[in-house]
Design a protein. Sequence first.
Length: 216
Amino acid sequence: MKTPLILRASALLAAALLLASCATGPSPAELDAQFAAIMKASFRDEGIAKTDRIQQDLGQQACSAGKDPDDAIAKRIQEEALASIRWPQGGQYIGDWRAGERLAQSGRGMTWTDTSTAPKDNGGNCYNCHQIDKKEISYGTIGPSLWNYGKNRGITDITAPTAAPIVQYTWGKLWNGKAYNACSNMPRFGHAKLLDEQQIRDLMALLLDPKSPVNQ
């Protein structure tokens, strides 16, 4: 049976070995580099889906690090995202809600089996994260319900000047949601060129036009 002195010595030796292994182990930067190499080796170009998609910008890096970014980084992400928003030409924010509804219900686009990266060939896939219509029986809950989006925000006439704060906010949210929430899960439709300006106008109409089924 080991004496207390021997037990103490064994514990001290184990602690020393542990510290030594920590001191000689890979640094955080080395671990990051190893992980990046693993990621790169795990994917390949296939059709229109290229491996450049796994390259992360500041917002993606900061928001996938296992903890929320600090206030300074979050502020920088939002400021850069806000600066990236391209506001609609001629101040025309609203399109056709019918086209917007088709976009919102379409999940097509940007997969390796597709043949085009053109925004006109993509859907908005909105139903995957949001309830759009009360009649829907299947929809995602990652994002809030969009039912009565414009009605609840006091939009009663889209022929009136459309530079109201909620209209600008909605456009910005669709273009680059990180402008308002550094770690937003919203697809950056405009920033990432997933949808073009007219398609975003049509989604705006779906959300804000009093005649849209969203606002009935």
